[in-house]
Design a protein around this ligand. Structure first.
Ligand code: ZN
Length: 110
């Protein structure tokens, strides 16, 4: 994937994530459900919105990091082992910072 395409896709993702985060943060249903949650139900819309917000925030950070790597000319290389990240992986996840092996290690470490 060339740099121009990667940048376009990352910027689209960032705009989309910003929109989702804005909606999730300002969701009146989520806010209303949150007060109902105190009355005793377990998984409310507010909890789901919180979980989605956490995922979106993490992904947004990854996208911003990827744009930074694009600007530094380091895009497409694994941040851990510096080997090229396979094209197919970048196609599926343009924000991917690591090759499959290093990502696997990273996830096991958690
Ligand atoms: Zn690696």
């Amino acid at each position: 994937m060339d740099v121009t395409t990667a940048r376009e896709r990352l910027e689209d993702m960032l705009a989309e994530l910003d929109r989702s985060i804005g909606v999730l943060q300002g969701d009146p249903v989520a806010v209303r459900e949150h007060s109902a949650a105190d009355a005793g139900s377990d998984l409310t819309d507010a909890d789901r919105a919180q979980a989605m917000l956490a995922v979106a925030t993490t992904q947004r950070r990854a996208v911003i990091e990827a744009i930074k790597r694009l600007e530094e000319g380091a895009y497409g290389r694994c941040v851990d082992c510096a080997k090229p990240v396979p094209e197919g992986r970048l196609e599926a996840r343009p924000e991917a910072a690591r090759c499959v092996q290093c990502q696997g290690k990273q996830e096991r470490r958690r």
